[in-house]
Design a protein around this ligand. Structure first.
Ligand SMILES: NC(=O)c1ccc[n+]([C@@H]2O[C@H](COP(=O)([O-])OP(=O)(O)OC[C@H]3O[C@@H](n4cnc5c(N)ncnc54)[C@H](OP(=O)(O)O)[C@@H]3O)[C@@H](O)[C@H]2O)c1
Length: 349
């Protein structure tokens, strides 16, 4: 078993890591770390636990550490997962990566040209960028990132469309869950009976991250995909699950039946390698006119499947809706799948 630590263990994403790693066949949590506010307290007191499963017995009494690379030696860690705010990540992730692999949820290093931004079903070959990164930065470890939670729900279905039909342009409007803003995120007085048509920096991430992920790996860097994305991001009163209304102009003529088949049949390395967190199907196409819906569909494939529905077309313009679980497929589950793939590819030392 590889020993891991969670940086940001008390937060919304940190809690998902704890839930998803309980009974993991390859990885065992040895250290829980968070801010000074939490350090020194037993986990069950430090975390405002919000999941509908109990804190694992083995971790509820564990004393939370302050985030500091000293914990690598103290707990003999093989690697860490990071779910801290971006400004904290800027400071601490490189300190950890000097010694061990870091699988990060934060935006801080996603667009660095030697840092892989990976969805394992989509661009597993980009993982090899860590060799460039380690050499350039003289680190023993490395940083591998997963995309923004909405960018994942968009990019997974774009991949088979891009491969099969080519993409001219994309327009997307999101309806994003409250858990995407972290525990202290949006005050209830602001969101009940309301929609907030602004999420700081979100549209910028949606418009650039898919182009890196769908880009071509050239050995020493990534050549970005060449089409435009225009995004509008909204916060809605849903607890978990980001919904996205997507319009894609494809490069060639198509029939809806053909698109359905291409989406439904899509699989990648995680399925081929039978990685422990891989859903059997990365995409499920739903035919019901009123699906997908967050409450009904967010936990498909253990929260790792992207549900697609409402397919329609006008000429070469394809419309569809996606739903993905933002703290599982869009965050902790995404990082864990990246770590499983890196382990299987022999990158973990
Ligand atoms: N929520 C999502 O759906 C989602 C999806 C993808 C990516 N992300 C990214 O993942 C990261 C975590 O998000 P979250 O939603 O889990 O946020 P959160 O609920 O606010 O949790 C933040 C975590 O970081 C710790 N932290 C805060 N300030 C710190 C400091 N000064 N020093 C050290 N640790 C500090 C907190 O510890 P204390 O409890 O001790 O304050 C907590 O463990 C963010 O970068 C976010 O953008 C989130």
């Amino acid at each position: 078993m590889l020993k891991t630590g969670i940086l940001g263990a008390t937060g919304m994403v940190g809690q998902r890591f704890i839930q998803l790693l309980e009974d993991h066949p390859w990885f065992k949590i040895e250290a829980l770390a968070a801010s000074k506010r939490s350090a020194g307290k037993p986990y069950k007191e430090a975390a405002k636990w919000h999941l509908d499963v109990a804190i694992p017995d083995s971790l509820s009494g564990v004393v939370v550490e302050q985030i500091d690379p000293k914990i690598i030696d103290e707990f003999d860690l093989d690697f860490v997962f990071s779910a801290v705010p971006s400004d904290i990540a800027r400071q601490v992730e490189p300190q950890f990566a000097e010694k061990v692999p870091v699988f990060s949820n934060t935006a801080t290093h996603r667009m660095d040209d030697d840092v892989p931004l990976v969805i394992p079903e989509v661009n597993s070959e980009h993982l090899d960028l860590v060799n460039v990164q380690k050499k350039r930065r003289s680190w023993k470890g490395f940083i591998i990132t997963n995309p923004n939670c909405s960018a994942i729900g968009l990019t997974v279905p774009l991949k088979p469309l891009y491969t099969e039909f080519g993409i001219n342009s994309v327009e997307v409007t999101t309806m994003q869950a409250l858990s995407g803003a972290g525990y202290a995120g949006v005050p209830s007085m602001a969101i009940v009976d309301n929609v907030i048509p602004f999420i700081s920096n979100e549209e910028q991430k949606m418009e650039i991250e898919p182009l890196k992920i769908l880009g071509r790996f050239k050995g020493d860097g990534v050549e970005f995909a060449d089409f435009s994305i225009f995004a509008s991001c909204n916060r809605v009163g849903v607890l978990d699950g980001h919904t996205e209304s997507i319009f894609v102009k494809l490069n060639r003529e198509f029939e809806i039946a053909e698109v359905k088949e291409v989406l439904n049949d899509f699989t990648g390395d995680p399925q081929r390698l039978k990685l422990p967190s891989a859903p059997e199907k990365p995409i499920i196409v739903m035919d019901e006119v009123d699906r997908p819906q967050p409450r009904l569909d967010r936990n498909k494939g253990g929260g790792m499947t992207v549900s697609v529905g409402r397919l329609n077309r006008k000429g070469r313009l394809l419309r569809f809706l996606t739903l993905s679980h933002n703290t599982i497929r869009g965050a902790a589950g995404a990082s864990i799948l990246n770590a499983e793939l890196a382990y299987k590819k022999g990158l973990m030392g």
